[in-house]
Design a protein. Structure first.
Length: 406
């Protein structure tokens, strides 16, 4: 492809050619059709053929995206995973420290320690940014087994008046592991302690589901074609890139020649000038807005080549957010390599389907991550049950979650 496209001019055509090579190589690598090393070598050669970096050009070099790390993680297996949730508690603890009010919730216990979310609201006129880093210094943490913990921030976002982030609580001793913690306690220097209890997770039915498409390559192609292309390529350039991926996957038999995905992608019938998008999108919940409902679940889904735990859900009226741990979870930041490792959808007991849109996403290292998926369209208040379906390119699993009256 690089040799055929090396003469591409003008600059827009060069960009489309480079994106096509990268998109095909990334698709082949993530689907396991070529090794990550071969994909990286091919893109290095393509960069030279297209005259990208090294020749004084202004265009960035081709990069392999998240595919290279994905298969390495799968090959290492799940035995070294440190943050798989073993128990979850949703309750909120409140403290006043360092000119800030703290609200702590969503405590998740794992082999390496505990993680919980913190919302910090400024008190007085001092900007919160000056206190968010020191607020944890006024808290101490312990559990029912007598373990003491050190606390540290692990990312966050917000403003000078409000901050939302995640805190890691790690045992002081490397030889202590909170495997069977019944409760976890936070306390201020001069104030009372507050405690969350890790109750036995509810029994949730789980099982295998049919993947969104018959083959992993069709899943990949469907997910790619629904995304907006890079702005510098435009709609027509993005169409060419997706068509190049489709042709490559068909040429090696990964996508069946009779797949219903192909006609609109390859232009064999009238193609819409814009992908199918919902008329409206879910609005992010404003920082500091407490949910009406929180359910701690800690449901492990029986994936063969992945680890997925539905930690629980939060609801603000009809807006429902699912809290999900996953591995291996790599996040491609740029199109055309921004293919999600996990897709989430839900079917309610009225038969309506809801798509999960990922918002906040936290990477723990070694391919472990946590994401919060908001369901859209919004879930009616009368809904009593959700069948949550989580898919990778290769497999899918479901869990039935009962909703209390809202």
């Amino acid at each position: 492809m690089a040799q055929d496209l090396a003469e591409a001019r003008p600059l827009w055509r060069l960009r489309v050619s480079a994106a096509s090579v990268q998109a095909v190589a990334h698709a082949f690598a993530l689907l396991g059709l070529v090794s990550a090393e071969d994909a990286e070598a091919a893109m290095t050669q393509a960069s030279r053929a297209l005259g990208l970096p090294g020749a004084g050009g202004s265009e960035p070099g081709l990069w392999p995206g998240p595919a290279c790390g994905y298969w390495n993680m799968r090959a290492q297996g799940r035995h070294a995973l440190a943050w798989v949730p073993r128990a979850v508690a949703a309750g909120a603890l409140r403290f006043s420290v360092a000119a800030a009010d703290l609200r702590c919730d969503w405590f998740r216990m794992a082999r390496a320690g505990l993680r919980f979310q913190v919302q910090a609201a400024a008190v007085g006129q001092q900007p919160l940014s000056r206190h968010a880093g020191t607020a944890l210094g006024e808290l101490s943490a312990a559990d029912d087994a007598g373990h003491a913990y050190r606390l540290r921030w692990d990312g966050g976002r917000g403003s000078d008046r409000r901050w939302v982030g995640e805190v890691v609580a790690e045992p002081m001793s490397e030889h202590e592991r909170p495997d069977d913690v019944a409760w976890f306690e936070l306390a201020t220097v001069d104030g009372p302690a507050a405690r969350v209890v890790f109750a036995t997770p509810p029994a949730i039915p789980v099982g295998p589901a049919a993947p969104p498409w018959p083959t992993p390559a069709e899943c990949y192609l469907a997910w790619l074609s629904r995304q907006d292309p890079a702005p510098e390529l435009g709609r027509s350039g993005g169409t060419e890139v997706v068509a190049a991926v489709a042709e490559g996957l068909v040429s090696v038999g990964a996508v069946p020649a009779h797949s219903p995905l192909l006609p609109p992608i390859l232009g064999k019938h009238t193609r819409s000038s814009h992908p199918d998008l919902p008329l409206t999108w879910p609005q992010p919940v404003r920082l500091g807005t407490p949910p009406d409902l929180q359910i701690a679940l800690c449901v492990a889904l029986p994936f063969e080549h992945a680890a997925v735990v539905i930690e629980g859900l939060s609801a603000w009226g009809e807006d429902i957010q699912l809290h999900i741990y996953g591995w291996p979870w790599v996040q491609g930041q740029y199109w055309p390599a921004a293919i999600p490792c996990f897709k989430v959808r839900a079917i309610d007991d009225l038969g309506q389907e809801h798509e999960g849109h990922v918002g906040s996403w936290r990477h723990y290292g070694a391919g472990e991550a946590h994401g919060e998926f908001t369901l859209w369209p919004a879930v009616p208040r009368g809904t009593g049950r959700l069948r949550v379906v989580i898919s990778t390119l290769w497999e899918a699993r479901w869990a039935d979650i009962e909703l209390p009256s809202r």
